[in-house]
Design a protein around this ligand. Structure first.
Ligand SMILES: *Cc1c(COP(=O)(O)O)cnc(C)c1O
Length: 373
């Protein structure tokens, strides 16, 4: 007997690029070409010499332009991605106590890192996956933290300063939002991210736009008698970043892919353009799901729906995992839901690199699979 054949989606329904994953995410062909073109004048050369230092300077300047940084804000970078930043923040940014909004995996991970023995127990405000909660000013809290975009559920939350105790900092995880959602950076003291999502680069580094108040906090804690491992020292990161350096060797490819992505976004009109493009892509998916007999947007409140990560639930007559599997066999990859969410769902990144026309083709491909399986 023949095994069940995998459904072949007709070529005219397929997207030109089948990468819809939430990270690492689509890297545009032009970025890879630019990397190949720079080749041996950058790759394999010392990060203490001009070619790499100039690249770091360019990335910092481009990020400053993208976020329209006011005077006094600085772009700081270090090794280890956003996960390393959580530990660095527990050592060097939270003075005594933090408040965390958790409505998915990533917000919860920072809350966990803040349960460090030298800090007071964090004030954790949890909301069910698919919804969100708001910050509340509490006496004694000196860091308010939440994700701009919760990648595990497809919920986004506004960046808005919390007016708590004097000097309290608003600290935003922008890992999947940076470069795809417009916002006002003056509403945050720290806007941090790794570049393998909207910024279409590779993993391994973290970046943070820091306000003067955040830098002052970092310096004050570093000068106290708290033990801080050097690798996780934010004051080391601030000092090194000012010299266009990192404490230890950075990934040069990551820096280069990031820099060309930033030039591309800025050349097209910056965050406003990027936000319109991601809203067009995600809007097409939400509209389709709203109209579908078998699909619904997982995030019930339209105001909470992410413009950069669309999560689409299917009713029980449909096996979403089987759809993702068929799509994968046809070259459309990484539409599976976040592994720990455990829902009958597809999750689609609509990051700025992803062409809205490809999202519309993805919808046609999903419809074909639904109609033919
Ligand atoms: C992906 C992601 C992270 C983790 O980033 P790493 O660079 O892998 O540590 C953290 N926060 C959010 C919101 C993310 O989407």
């Amino acid at each position: 007997m023949l095994g069940r054949m995998t459904l072949t989606i007709p070529a005219d329904l397929l997207p030109a690029d089948g990468r819809f994953g939430c990270g690492p995410s689509k890297v545009r062909a032009e970025q890879i070409e630019a990397l190949a073109a720079v080749g041996s004048s950058l790759l394999g050369t010392s990060h203490r010499q001009a070619p790499v230092k100039n690249l770091v300077a360019s990335v910092r300047e481009h990020l400053g332009d993208l976020f329209r940084l006011p005077d006094g804000y600085e772009i700081v970078l270090g090794n280890g991605g956003s996960t390393a930043f959580w530990d660095a923040a527990a050592f060097g940014l939270i003075e005594r106590r933090s408040q965390h909004l958790t409505f998915g995996e990533f917000g919860s991970k920072f809350a966990k890192a803040a349960k460090a023995p030298w800090l007071e127990a964090p004030d954790v405000r949890e909301a069910a996956a698919g919804s969100r909660t708001a910050a509340e000013a509490v006496e004694g809290v000196d860091v308010y933290a939440w994700p701009h975009n919760e990648t595990s559920t497809g919920v986004s939350a506004p960046v808005a300063r919390v007016n708590g105790d004097e000097g309290a900092l608003t600290v935003i995880d922008a890992t999947s939002a940076a470069g795809g959602i417009d916002f006002d950076v003056t509403e945050a003291d720290v806007y941090y991210f790794a570049p393998q999502k909207n910024l279409g680069s590779d993993g391994g580094l973290w970046f943070a736009a820091m306000s003067p108040a955040a830098i002052e906090r970092v310096e004050r804690i570093a000068a106290s008698d708290r033990y801080i491992p050097e690798f996780l020292s934010l004051s080391q990161a601030v000092a090194n970043s000012r010299l266009q350096q990192t404490l230890n060797t950075p990934a040069l490819t990551t820096l280069h892919l990031l820099d060309s992505q930033l030039s591309w976004i800025l050349g097209n009109g910056g965050l406003e353009w990027a936000a319109a493009r991601t809203a067009e892509s995600s809007g097409a998916l939400y509209e389709w799901a709203e109209a579908s007999e078998v699909a619904t947007p997982f995030v019930a409140d339209p105001a909470h729906r992410s413009p950069v990560v669309a999560t689409i639930d299917f009713d029980e007559s449909i096996d979403a995992a089987a759809i993702a599997k068929t799509l994968r066999a046809n070259g459309i990859v990484d539409t599976e839901p976040y592994r720990k969410l455990g829902r009958n769902q597809l999750r689609v990144a609509t990051f700025v690199s992803i062409d809205p026309d490809d999202v519309r083709q993805l919808i046609r491909s999903i419809e074909y699979v639904l109609a033919n399986s």
